[in-house]
Design a protein around this ligand. Structure first.
Ligand code: CTP
Ligand code: MG
Length: 223
């Protein structure tokens, strides 16, 4: 198998705020995008990384990434950005890992588990964490209607990995209503997706304060 990766970095980071989208904000000595790119590009099993960015951010991204990095223009939503990345993968790739640029602290071991599942024949494999807290369905008006059983519920992460022909076929079908990520699209096409263990460090930078949390983790790793 030949593993390629798509790094989706074309979002605007509206929930995070700031003058630049979150993937271009600073995390320790480098921009978030440089961390998430290296997590993929430095993995020994990943042959190629395509980075999807908003056309407005192309020059900014190019300045942060190694010369010659393949940059493609993203779309209006994440699915459109993934599709732009799929169109730019090298022909030799047999499998693809799709990763959020907003998850800069991806541990090597998480990528290892996704790749191992695919190498063992899974059509898809993605990291996740079991839900720990109780879950509530809210009533109208901010009161608890009922508890929801959390057994068998998982918090999805990336990189989400797939056999490339199977994922391309899934993307060629009409989008499911809940097309939140590629696992949802793969499932709608009937693909089997293995759950592998994610990691707390692999959280998605979303809200103000998340960069401070990531910086603390980064400092702890350096000690
Ligand atoms: N993404 C993308 N293209 C889009 C939207 C999102 O490539 N049109 C990417 C983001 O850059 C991010 C990942 O998908 O790395 C996960 O999306 P999210 O965390 O929602 O990031 P944003 O959409 O940028 O943030 P927000 O929803 O707060 O605006
Ligand atoms: Mg978004």
């Amino acid at each position: 198998p030949v593993f390629a990766a798509i790094l989706v970095a074309a979002g605007k980071g509206t929930r995070m705020g700031g003058t630049l989208p979150k993937q271009f904000q600073q995390l320790g000595p480098r921009a978030v995008l440089a961390h998430s790119y290296d997590a993929l590009a430095c993995h020994p099993r990943i042959a190629n990384v395509v980075c999807v960015v908003h056309p407005d951010d192309r020059a900014r991204a190019a300045a942060l990434l190694p010369p010659g990095t393949v940059l493609v223009a993203g779309g209006a939503d994440r699915v459109a950005s993934v599709r732009a990345g799929l169109a730019a993968l090298p022909d030799a790739a047999t499998h693809v890992l799709i990763h959020d640029a907003a998850r800069p602290l991806l541990p090597r071991a998480v990528t290892d588990r996704v790749i191992a599942a695919l190498a063992a024949g899974a059509e898809g494999a993605a990291p996740a964490l079991a839900v720990i807290d109780a879950l509530w369905q809210e009533d109208t008006g901010g009161t608890v209607a009922r508890a929801v059983p959390r057994d068998g519920l998982w918090r999805a992460q990336t990189p989400q990995g797939f056999a490339l022909p199977a994922l391309r076929a899934a993307h060629a079908r009409p989008l499911p209503a809940d097309a939140a990520d590629d696992v949802a699209i793969a499932r709608a096409a009937g693909l089997r997706v293995d759950i592998v263990a994610g990691a707390e460090d692999n959280f998605k930078l979303t809200h103000p304060g998340d960069l401070d949390r990531a910086a603390r983790i980064l400092r702890a790793r350096a000690m």
